[in-house]
Design a protein around this ligand. Structure first.
Ligand SMILES: Cc1ncc(C[n+]2csc(CCOP(=O)(O)OP(=O)(O)O)c2C)c(N)n1
Length: 619
């Protein structure tokens, strides 16, 4: 028999199917997921759980005009199958093939890319507000798993939704699982709603209601659905307190109920949350039996779910086994995971030391703060977090873990160049004065990518801001002054420029000519200007109001190394330590961010007098 799935080239074809055909389609999609992922690997369990839900969403809504924002977006395979990517589906997660997550460049139906948890509600709110600002009519639907509700950001979004969104649909896909069993108070709370005897009653009523509907027309369906959905209204749930109308819980595998409910929710001119119950791994017994394993895995046997056994211990296993031994030796050892017990190996630790094991949910920022609290009381917390997710905890690593806790030095803000510079696509600019700040903001408006502009607190040199700002060419430094035979090139970033000019004039007094360059860009560094001066001066001086480690001077060294230039570089900036509280000017003097310190550091390179060299820009 010809598959219905093979005729689905866009969501428009889904909308033409009858309920029976939609159910048939669901079965075919399950089959497709199981057989394809057996070869490629991937997030099988999560996707098997959202087959009917995704079909119903595409039946009722209209992507790409309407926007679906999937949390993590590891469960977007069904969405990919229904939005014109059916034929490429066997290439998923292979080089050059379909991405395993939503990808904006892959399809107009993927309105938001993700990979980290907890982003859907905030991003969807942004889209809903953008729509309302221009008077759009489309629907924005955020689909988030129950584990997304262990993320702090989800609540940060909930805190804003009622205030800022006129209309937004949040679908809570509750399957009781994160990668491991979902944890914490919110998991128990959702469970309480679901196991309340009233749910059965409501669910039964909704089912009967749909049965009676039969093949009636969509309009009537919607009206009846309204009644059904209203009757499913739950009093006094947390989401209601936060200003989202709560509906559910409904059976996430019951296509007619899902369709009717969505049709009704479309009529709601306010933020709503629909609680949908699904089974992760539905339709594949091995995935139901082994939820953790089938959350995401490599190739497996499509009949049995068996996977190849790797003989050698992984690093995660060595980590966990070592930690078990350390905890045996020292009763202050505790282990913390942010919803990744098997990925980090800590599920092995849990078996031996259940009382010393903490799964805090998808809450990396909290995990590190929690560890910091434990450490202050003499405990030895081992916080196991994947590098990619530790990004979430960058601030607590700086502010709560590495900082000694002395008063004051929490707000110097000396690290942004180093923590932003390693990220592809970002441009990092630093203006020398107020007028250049305006130019940089204007430049950011013209530019199509992410830009960071770093400027000091307080007042600048008092430069007048011209009426019409100018675009600054990306990655181009500004040559402020130079001599005939410069021996020093001073590359100064932002507020360091006046000091650079002062150094140049002091050097001039000693008979040493120097060029002063307003660096403007910490990233990308003006490699051309750097290479030109590096080949013609005895020494380069970099100046930044930022830590030296990973800062602008480091970027300069990289640029020189890339160009195989060995001109010496003297760097002025803050040392590799936390700086105590104090007046910025006093602290700068103390830590060598001064004219005097720069001149002292330059002196060894200016000892011998070098014969004047004549050069041209080409030479
Ligand atoms: C910030 C962050 N931490 C950890 C992860 C790893 N991770 C991927 S999916 C997932 C569980 C998601 O569970 P849920 O949102 O309930 O969706 P389900 O897979 O159950 O459908 C986790 C912890 C992540 N993607 N992002």
């Amino acid at each position: 028999m010809a598959r219905i799935l093979d005729q689905i080239d866009s969501p428009a074809e889904v909308k033409r199917l009858s309920i029976t055909e939609l159910e048939q389609l669901a079965a075919e999609i399950r089959e497709e997921l199981i057989t394809v992922l057996a070869r490629t690997g991937g997030h099988l369990g999560p996707n098997l759980g959202v087959v009917e839900l995704t079909i119903a969403m595409h039946y009722v809504f209209n992507t790409p005009e309407d926007q679906f924002v999937f949390d993590v977006s590891h469960q977007a395979y069904v969405h990919k199958l229904l939005t014109g990517r059916r034929q490429q589906f066997p290439t998923i997660r292979t080089p050059g093939g379909l991405n395993g997550f939503m990808l904006r460049s892959e399809s107009p139906h993927d309105c938001y890319g993700a990979g980290h948890a907890g982003t859907a509600l905030s991003a969807a709110l942004g889209m809903a507000v953008a729509r309302d600002k221009v008077g759009g009519k489309q629907y924005v639907v955020a689909l988030a798993g129950d584990a997304a509700f262990t993320c702090g950001i989800t609540y940060e979004a909930l805190n804003n939704i009622a205030q800022h969104a006129k209309r937004l649909l949040v679908v809570l896909n509750d399957n009781e699982w994160s990668i491991d069993k979902n944890v914490g108070a919110i998991a128990s709370y959702l469970n309480k709603i679901v196991t309340n005897p009233r749910y059965d009653y409501l669910h039964e009523r909704a089912g009967k209601f749909v049965e009676r509907l039969g093949g009636k027309r969509a309009l009537r369906m919607a009206r009846k659905a309204e009644e059904a959905a209203k009757s499913m209204l739950w009093p006094s749930v947390i989401f209601e307190e936060l200003g989202l109308k709560y509906y559910g819980p409904i059976d996430g595998h019951d296509i007619p109920t899902l369709i009717n409910t969505f049709e009704f929710l479309k009529t709601q001119e306010r933020p709503v949350l629909l609680h949908v119950l699904t089974q992760k791994g539905k339709g594949f017994e091995p995935a139901i039996q082994k939820q953790k394993k089938f959350h995401g895995l490599g190739p497996y046997d499509p009949e049995t779910g068996e996977t190849k056994v790797v003989g050698q211990r992984t690093y995660s296993e060595v980590f966990a086994d070592t930690l078990v031994k350390l905890a045996n030796l020292n009763d202050k050892v505790v282990a913390i995971t942010a919803a990744m017990p098997n990925g980090t190996g800590l599920d092995r630790f849990r078996t031996h030391h259940p009382d010393k094991y903490f799964d805090v949910g998808i809450a990396e920022e909290h995990a590190v703060l929690f560890a910091a609290g434990l450490a202050t009381r003499g405990f030895k917390p081992y916080c196991a977090i994947y590098s990619t997710f530790l990004q979430r905890a960058f601030d607590p690593v700086v502010h709560d873990v590495c900082l000694s806790g002395d008063d004051g030095p929490t707000h110097h803000g000396l690290f942004d160049i180093s923590y932003l510079r390693g990220i592809p696509n970002i441009v990092h600019m630093v203006p020398k004065d107020e007028d250049e700040l305006a130019d940089m903001l204007y430049t950011a408006l013209q530019y199509g990518g992410p830009i960071a502009v770093r400027y000091p607190r307080g007042v600048g040199p008092g430069t007048a801001v011209k009426d019409v700002p100018r675009t600054i060419p990306i990655g181009k430094a500004e040559l402020l002054q130079h001599g005939e035979h410069d021996r020093v090139a001073i590359f100064a970033l932002g507020a360091m420029v006046p000091m650079a000019i002062e150094i140049a004039s002091k050097l001039e007094g000693e008979g040493v000519s120097s060029a002063v360059i307003n660096a403007r860009f910490a990233k990308p560094v003006d490699a051309e200007m750097v290479a030109f001066y590096a080949q013609h001066v005895d020494v380069i001086l970099t100046m930044e109001d930022h830590v030296l480690a990973g800062g602008y001077g480091s970027a300069m060294l990289e640029a020189l190394s890339n160009a195989a230039i060995t001109t010496p570089v003297v760097r002025i900036g803050w040392p590799d330590q936390f700086i105590e509280h104090g007046k910025p000017d006093d602290l700068r003097v103390k830590y060598g961010i001064s004219v005097k310190a720069a001149l002292e550091k330059l002196r060894p390179y200016l000892q011998e007098s070098v014969a004047p060299r004549v050069f041209s820009r080409n030479g």
